[in-house]
Each structure stands twice: as C-alpha cells, then as structure tokens.
Design a protein. Sequence first.
Length: 148
Amino acid sequence: MITTSQIKTLFEQWQKDELVFLVSLTVKPGNKITVLIDRIGGLNITDCVELSRFIEGSLDREKDDFELSISSPGADSPFKVLQQYQKNIGRNVKIITNNDQTVTGKLIKMEGDTIEIEPEKGKKNKVAVPNIFEISNIKEIRVIISFK
C-alpha cells in the first residue's frame, strides 16, 4: 500500500521552489491518491502535470496499482495551510471565528500567527477599522469570489 508519507516525500523531491506548496494529501483505500497544491502568485496547469508525471514515474504500478489526482484547491475552498493566507493578501475574505463571529473584508497583512483584516464598510460604519485575528481563533476563512 502507498502511504501519505511516501507521496509527501515525492512532493518534497519534486518541489521546484518555496512558492509551490502542499495544501492537502490523501491516500484512500485502493491507492486513490489526491494531492492539492498551490503556488504563491498562482498555480498553472504545468505544475500539476509535472508533479503528476514525477509521482507516476517514481511509483511502481507492478507493485502497487494506483489512481492519482493532482489539482489546486477550489477557489472557494477554505484555507488549510498558512501559505494560503500569504497568497491571498489583498483579496476579500470571509472569516468565521471559533465563537461563530463572521467578518468580511480585505486580508491586508499576515504576521506570524496573526492576520489583519480591513473590514468592509457598512451602513453603520463610515470607516473600516482594521481587525487583527489570531489564526488559531479562526474556524474557517475563504476567499470571497466576486464577478464585478
């Protein structure tokens, strides 16, 4: 059976630079491998193809047959790793805190284990006041997709 640690090691061997990062990795029964990667500045299909070929070329189908899927997380997927916060600075996000408070606004800064959000101006708020959140106090954060 193929393990997540094997695939993680292969990703690290392939990793071109620190701009490409692993978001999630699963190996389900029957060796169904799913790898989600991303890149600061945006992922392209070439990265996915190259990683797929590298992993396929490194595994032996005679020993373990497998199904491999390499992709990026969906645009509306919640953040799973710290690099996604860094990648999305300047974008509008929706945060749900551990105490179920919802805040929307622009992600303007990440420093250590905290992020700073410039909340959207509301009817009551004439000026947006920055809010600082510890990442450990965030239940979920995702990019707000806008087609304006």
